[in-house]
Design a protein around this ligand. Structure first.
Ligand code: 13P
Ligand code: SF4
Length: 303
């Protein structure tokens, strides 16, 4: 393990040499968050990636996030410092399965959560993120919407729309395993403390929460609230940023099981190595990139 200061110095040299920018998701390890030029949720990072003038984007997150950057900026080199960093929920949907579902519901539009592969996005009418899913779905003209792949986010959207939502049976294994018992125990331990949760949690957890936000929404709430203590129902990486930006407040993780191992694959050392070697580089075949870009760009133009 190389010394952190040496790695940070090398990182600065390489960033300049490669004309690179470092984007990191809010769940990344502290050492990666500290090295990032931009931190954010999936929506914020996709917008930053689309607008970036950098030649190289180092995406510190999971595969689908780097893929979104590659779809929106095909002329850029997009690096994912560990190719094994994936999203189990994204792996739960397939393009073939979607084609089947579209045949079953020929009048439905397809709204796809960005936590999905490029091939699945290519089968979709529009993409959504946790920050904009309700607004995007409500902007569609059709009354029937196939919603892929998160059944919990689909349920959350269904609560806030008149449209008929047809969910795909996928979920985030990390958020899905938060139990009602854990929530009730946390409530008992921290009476009067507001609970914010991610919409990837199960409906009974959403029922118990005071607020439902994307990770970017949680960062805003953490900044703006007057409460000195907040219960956080999402992946543990967010606690580091919340605590760093609001040292006078206390942020308590709702469940110790809220750890996404894939998000922890990226280390500072791997970021440096990726910039040295320009690998692993994420690319998307042209025939998939075109329709996937249309679904993503339609989302970006909507919200
Ligand atoms: P956000 O877009 O809210 O950051 O969520 C991404 C994610 O993977 C949640 O598990
Ligand atoms: Fe995927 Fe869940 Fe990890 Fe987010 S927390 S990247 S949805 S597995």
């Amino acid at each position: 393990m190389q010394d952190r200061m040496v790695l940070n110095k090398r990182l600065l040299e390489l960033k300049e040499k490669r004309k690179a920018v470092i984007l990191a998701h809010n769940y990344q390890l502290p050492e990666v968050q500290d090295a990032a030029d931009y931190l954010g949720d999936s929506f914020e990072l996709s917008r930053i990636a689309a607008q970036s003038t950098a030649e190289v984007i180092v995406f510190c997150g999971v595969h689908f996030m780097a893929e979104v950057a590659a779809i929106l900026g095909p002329e850029k080199t997009v690096l994912l410092p560990d190719i094994l960093a994936g999203c189990p929920m994204a792996d739960m949907a397939s393009a073939e399965g979607m084609r089947e579902m579209k045949k079953q519901y020929p009048n439905a539009a397809v709204a796809t959560y960005v936590n999905s592969s490029a091939a699945v996005k290519a089968e979709s009418d529009i993409c959504v993120t946790s920050a904009n899913a309700v607004a995007v779905v409500n902007s569609l003209e059709t009354d029937e919407i196939i919603f892929v792949p998160d059944q919990n986010l689909a349920d959350y959207v269904a609560r806030h729309t008149e449209k008929h939502i047809i969910p795909w049976a996928g979920c985030c294994p990390i958020h899905h395993r938060v139990s009602l018992e854990e929530v009730l125990a946390a409530r008992k331990k921290h009476p009067g403390v507001p609970l914010m949760v991610h919409p990837e949690c199960r409906p009974e957890i959403i029922d118990e929460a005071d607020h439902v936000y994307s990770t970017g929404g949680m960062i805003r709430f953490g900044r703006e609230t007057d409460h000195p203590k907040i219960l956080v129902g999402t992946e543990m990486g967010l606690i580091y940023r919340l605590q760093k930006e609001n040292p006078e407040k206390e942020f308590c993780l709702l469940s110790q099981g809220l750890v996404c191992p894939d998000m922890k694959y990226i280390t500072l050392e791997k970021v440096v190595r990726a910039l040295e070697t320009l690998q692993p580089c994420i690319t998307v075949p042209k025939h998939i990139r075109g329709p996937a870009a249309r679904a993503l760009e339609r989302m970006l133009a909507t919200v």
